[in-house]
Design a protein around this ligand. Structure first.
Ligand code: FES
Length: 236
């Protein structure tokens, strides 16, 4: 029996593509990120996000720069970059689309959603459109099951999606119209959000609702019934 997984994009980083846009200013920014942590090495993950903001992927030049600044080996940097699926081996598009097809989203239409996105963009998961506008991946549960099926755009939530809504959303993004995440800001680009993940705020952290109604429903029921998550014996 052959095991099929959703992480086709595994293995080593692509060293055949040596292109980079990392310049002196980017190196200074990487050093500034490292300086924020009492132990420099703790900056590895945000620094990888910053490399992606600049090079749209984890580039060989980015790996080299991080290793040098953190005084670790390139193999150690690559070990982290190839473990987490948020780090990309090939350039992502201006907008990176993730469609959740884990159990609950699948039951609620996630597979149909993915089919629609593949058809509209003309690409399969793991690919980027020729014009560099969109890239696509299948994502595992986003802990947003109460809004299933969900789609991510540049890591922002688009809740309760349908194939029709997805087609409209992709058309709006392709034509440069404003699209607002269901629980976040107006979408900008994947690279912009990679800068935020690197710890460089864009001032939009409080845009959109902090929690949606379905997520708050359980709290309301518990409050009405006087339930508490704290076991009786340990309540003060
Ligand atoms: S199964 Fe899709 S968010 Fe949980």
């Amino acid at each position: 029996m052959t095991h099929e997984h959703d992480f086709a994009d595994t293995g080593f980083l692509d060293t055949t593509d040596q292109s980079t846009a990392i310049d002196r200013a980017a190196l200074d920014q990487l050093e500034a990120i490292a300086e924020r942590y009492p132990v420099k090495r703790s900056a590895l993950m945000p620094m990888l996000h910053f490399v992606q903001a600049i090079d749209k992927r984890v580039s060989p030049a980015g790996v080299e720069a991080i290793a040098k600044i953190l005084e670790i080996t390139e193999a150690q940097v690559q070990g982290v970059a190839t473990f987490y699926t948020m780090y990309k081996r090939r350039p992502a598009g201006r907008h990176h689309i993730g469609v959740c097809t884990t159990a609950l989203c699948a039951v609620m239409g996630g597979d149909l959603l993915l089919e629609q996105v593949e058809q509209t963009l003309g690409i399969a998961p793991g690919e980027t459109t020729e014009d560099g506008m969109f890239s696509l991946e299948k994502v595992e549960c986003n802990a947003a099951c109460d809004f299933a099926p969900v789609m991510m755009v540049n890591w922002e939530f688009m809740d309760n999606m349908t194939p029709e809504k997805a087609e409209q959303l992709l058309d709006d993004l392709a034509k440069g119209r404003d699209v607002t995440s269901t629980r976040g800001p107006v979408l900008t680009s994947w690279a912009d959000n990679e800068r935020v993940l690197a710890g460089i705020p864009d001032g939009k952290a409080n845009d959109g609702p902090s929690a949606g109604e379905p997520s708050l429903e359980g709290v309301k029921i518990a409050t009405a019934k006087g339930w508490s998550g704290i076991p009786k014996g340990v309540r003060s």
